[in-house]
Design a protein around this ligand. Structure first.
Ligand code: ZN
Length: 500
């Protein structure tokens, strides 16, 4: 297109209009020349010229749309390229004639030089001077490739010529950092033990490092590996993450376990344990993989402590045929005993790892507890009506439902769930027609919303005997039986005795 324009400009001002040009482009499909254009132009009659002009109009219109679209697409690609690659106007940094890297701000280099100057004064000598004159070349840089102050500092320190003697600190034989004197290397260990023992230190507390802590005079560490006293301590306290198996104990939750080991959330635990879908239930004794933070250097503290401890009492069980199975009564209450122990307790970073009881003195003996344990079989209840369970026992819609609802057909039989004596038969507010049967063993059953009661107060009824007809009297929205079971005056869930 640009080529066409150029040619047209060369060819002078008598070049046809955009319309005319378009016509001939299409008509001839031959290389254009001014001569051909004018030859053809004289050959067309007015009508076809009109037609050609309409077609040309469309073609030009299309031409504008296409070139506009190309420009927009080009803009999108260019801006996507710049935003994705995150380009910005920055600098190329040259120090002592070598290209160091790219930065987005010269302050990064200035700060790094200032820091290197400080390091030289600290580790080499107060009188030492350190000068660097960086050169900057303006250019487009990728933000992701820009150096940070730390990157530049490292470059500067790596390229220092000073040779300093230093004491390398090693953990299990592996170099960690270096300090300027043996005295500091020694003091770092002492201070570290005190700060990171995780226990209250008393006169008899013995502190030692779990890993082997050694130091030696070295000449091969650059100034960049040197640390001050405080820096060395924090390097040793720096954590590594280690995978470990953990056994779930009472009271554990996934988020609680995550917190215990310094993990960000339960999501991290689920990621390590694919069998634990989110919302999974964990059980005592389950083994799960966790990732715990472990310092480079761990502190083992050994202490001898004296403490009192409770001794649980024994329980003697005696059968009682008058108490229902699963229940018991206490004949004489047990009392915990007490002992005084002297023990050596070992901790790792404050967490107990072993306890060795040296002596144990009984202060008081435990007293056993005597219980009468029920053997009585609970009463057998029949289904009091046929139908389906339309409402369960327990809280629903903010109020306690003290029975179950069985929806059935109007007028169908309601039967005594067990043999007993009718203690109530009549109208009861809310319940409509209502029947209560006492079974004589601490159990009572009740039947509400009946259309009609067939038994009367004081009457003996046998199990399965029809006592009423199903209805919807009282506070009821449809034909159903409201069925309750009470044991020693306390509402029970009827589904523990009858099934629907
Ligand atoms: Zn009910």
């Amino acid at each position: 297109m640009a080529e066409n324009r150029d040619r047209r400009d060369e060819n002078n001002e008598s070049v046809p209009t955009e319309f005319g040009k378009a016509i001939f482009d299409r008509e001839t499909e031959k290389p254009r020349s001014r001569r051909r254009i004018s030859d053809r132009a004289f050959m067309v009659d007015e009508k076809s010229l009109y037609m050609h002009n309409v077609k040309g109009l469309w073609k030009t219109f299309r031409h504008y749309i296409v070139s506009g679209a190309i420009a927009i697409i080009f803009l999108i690609i260019v801006s996507a390229f710049f935003s994705a690659k995150n380009y910005t106007l920055g600098y190329e940094v040259i120090i002592d004639g070598s290209l160091v890297g790219y930065i987005d701000d010269t302050k990064v280099v200035e700060d790094a030089i200032e820091e290197a100057e400080k390091a030289v004064k600290t580790f080499v000598g107060e009188d030492e001077t350190y000068t660097k004159n960086p050169e900057y070349v303006r250019r487009l840089v990728d933000r992701d490739e820009c150096m940070t102050k730390e990157d530049v500092s490292k470059y500067l320190l790596d390229n220092l010529d000073y040779i300093v003697s230093s004491y390398g600190i090693y953990i299990d034989g592996e170099f960690v950092t270096a300090v300027t004197s043996e005295k500091i290397a020694k003091k770092v260990r002492e201070e570290y033990l005190i700060r990171y023992s995780g226990v209250e230190i008393t006169d008899d507390t013995v502190l030692e490092t779990k890993e082997k802590y050694t130091y030696s005079l070295d000449y091969d560490h650059g100034i960049n590996t040197l640390s001050t006293f405080e820096e060395a301590i924090s390097i040793l306290a720096g954590t590594d993450r280690e995978l470990e198996k953990y056994t779930v104990v009472a009271g554990d939750t996934l988020s609680g376990i995550a917190e215990k080991f310094g993990m960000r959330s339960s999501v991290e635990i689920v990621a390590l344990n694919p069998n634990l879908a989110s919302g999974a239930v964990i059980h005592i004794g389950d083994q799960i993989i966790i990732e715990k933070a472990v310092p480079l250097l761990s502190v083992i503290a050994t202490k001898t402590v004296e403490y009192e401890e409770a001794v649980p009492f024994e329980i003697e069980k005696q059968d009682d045929p008058n108490i229902y199975q699963g229940e018991y009564s206490i004949v004489s209450k047990g009392i915990e005993g007490k002992v005084k122990n002297l023990a050596t307790i070992k901790t790792e970073n404050g967490i107990e790892i072993s306890r060795n009881i040296l002596s144990s003195e009984v202060l008081s003996e435990p007293v056993k507890e005597v219980r009468r344990v029920g053997t009585k079989v609970p009463p057998q209840f029949l289904r009091p009506a046929s139908g389906y369970l339309s409402s369960r026992y327990g809280y629903r819609w903010g109020r306690n439902h003290n029975g179950i609802d069985i929806a059935g057909s109007y007028g169908s039989a309601i039967k005594a769930a067990a043999a007993g004596t009718v203690t109530y038969s009549g109208w009861m507010s809310g319940y409509g027609y209502y029947v209560v049967i006492d079974h004589g063993n601490g159990f009572q059953t009740a039947y509400g919303h009946n259309s009609q009661n067939i038994v009367s107060k004081g009457q003996r009824v046998s199990q399965g005997q029809t006592i009423a007809k199903m209805g919807s009297t009282g506070r009821s929205t449809g034909t159903h039986l409201h069925f309750e079971i009470k044991k020693n005056g306390v509402y029970q869930n009827p589904l523990g005795y009858v099934s629907y």
